[in-house]
Design a binder for this molecule. Structure first.
Ligand code: NZQ
Ligand code: ZN
Length: 389
């Protein structure tokens, strides 16, 4: 196991009715003027927006609001949010919604405290200062409620890029699984796929002797394999929703990833798909991750037999380990189909003729290869896209 530091200070409130305490948490974490930031309207339909507004009013906390965050959130709204916060002297941002609303809130939070262009953080500069962000999560997926990351798309050139920095971890996150019951099956499944791939990006590592994090990863994956079909069949199954929602946090606050090299190729390759075609991130991962597995398995089988055996209950064929490895990938892909995810370019609406452009758009060079389990150059990335056709 490698050396690591781990500091995850987010305060979590989990369960039914926890959203009612939102204003108390804002106060506890120093907010005196709030920006409420949300997406396209699901939070108004569910009544969550009204609950939060009433709670802020009851605590006499003034607020302004900015809605309209799109899935795959855009830089234009971030600039608008930064201006609004400065003009209104906002000192706390409350994101209500999914990863997109939360990531947009994080971008605004970092931008307000920075004299330059906030996009610098999405071009490699670490975030060292940000306004505090609180979240009320309505979809189990991105894990942004516990992560120090944010992903934004710059309209100019459709660049989808990530920023990172400890101040981006939310100071509190409220998770009431009941709010996830209104998610359409496709969004539920896309979220579940994202959760599983957050673990997979950490599981496939060359770091040896990491049994504790291997076992944590396997626990999250097994939980998702059990609970996802239950919520697809019965969207109002509270306990299954609850297990998935907490799995989403555990999958990405890095408790499963400390002390080990991580890969993140599937995410990098997928981000081009969502930048080019504006598809749901989890759906893009359902297409890319099995293709990535098929490609890298041939170069490094190390972890694949364990993945097949421990996660997918495949008996190990010691004479033909590659058959065991393939069976694990096959079962993963079959599971994704079963929960309603696309697994090919065609099903996603992506086009073969864009493969070269997507692969070169990533900025990969021989000095800057992608991933770590197997390091990928541009030709490898193209080959992975082709395996997903
Ligand atoms: O905009 P509204 O009306 O709220 O509708 C949303 C949106 O259309 C809807 N939705 C959310 N909660 C709902 C609901 N509909 C009905 N009932 C509910 N309870 O679902 C749609 C998707 O929402 P979005 O926030 O985009 O989903 P998600 O949480 O999957 O976030 C995706 C974004 O997160 C990024 C992705 O790249 C993508 O841009 N990621 C962020 C990460 C991070 N910050 O750590 C890591 C991830 O790997 C990921 O890259
Ligand atoms: Zn993801």
């Amino acid at each position: 196991m490698n050396n690591f530091t781990f500091y995850s200070p987010t305060y979590f409130a989990f369960g039914k009715n926890t959203e009612k305490d939102a204003a108390k948490y804002v106060k506890r974490f120093g907010g005196t003027k709030v920006l409420i930031h949300y997406g396209g309207g699901s939070v108004k339909k569910s009544g969550l927006y009204d609950t939060v507004v009433n709670a802020l009013n009851a605590e006499a906390i003034p607020f302004v609001e900015l809605g309209g965050v799109k899935p795959n959130p855009r830089s234009g709204l971030v600039y608008e949010g930064i201006d609004l916060c400065r003009k209104e002297n906002v000192d706390f941002i409350l994101a209500i919604g999914g990863g997109s609303a939360i990531d947009s809130a994080k971008a605004i939070a970092a931008g307000v405290k920075y004299d330059g262009d906030f996009w610098d953080f999405y071009s490699g500069k670490e975030v060292t200062k940000a306004l505090p962000v609180g979240t009320i999560l309505t979809i189990a997926a991105a894990g942004s409620e516990g992560s120090p990351n944010s992903v934004i798309t710059k309209e100019e050139g459709m660049l989808k890029r990530g920023a990172a920095g400890e101040p981006l971890r939310p100071v509190f996150s409220i998770l009431n699984p009941e709010f996830t019951c209104t998610l359409p099956p496709y969004q539920t499944a896309a979220g579940a796929t994202d959760i599983m791939v957050h673990v997979i990006e950490r599981y496939f590592t060359n770091t040896k002797e990491v049994e504790i994090t291997d076992r944590l990863c396997e626990a999250v994956l097994k939980t998702m394999i059990k609970e996802t079909p239950r919520v697809i069949a019965d969207p109002n199954h509270y306990d299954a929703r609850a297990n998935i929602m907490w799995a989403g946090m555990i999958a990405h606050n890095n408790i499963c990833g400390v002390g080990r090299e991580q890969d993140w190729s599937s995410h990098g390759i997928e981000h081009e798909l969502s930048a080019f075609y504006d598809v749901a991130h989890g759906a893009g991962l359902a297409v890319i991750t099995p293709a990535w597995m098929k490609f890298v398995m041939k170069k490094n089988m190390n972890k694949f037999v364990q993945f097949a055996n421990r996660v997918w209950d495949v008996d190990i064929d010691f004479e033909h380990p590659e058959a065991t490895a393939y069976e694990g990938i096959y079962r993963f892909q079959r599971f994704l189909k079963l929960i309603g995810m696309p697994t090919t370019f065609a099903e996603l609406g992506a086009k073969e003729e864009d493969i070269k452009a997507m692969a070169s758009h990533m900025g990969i060079s021989e000095d800057n290869l992608l991933g770590s389990y197997v390091k990928l150059n541009v030709d490898d990335i193209e080959a992975i896209y082709r395996l997903a056709l």
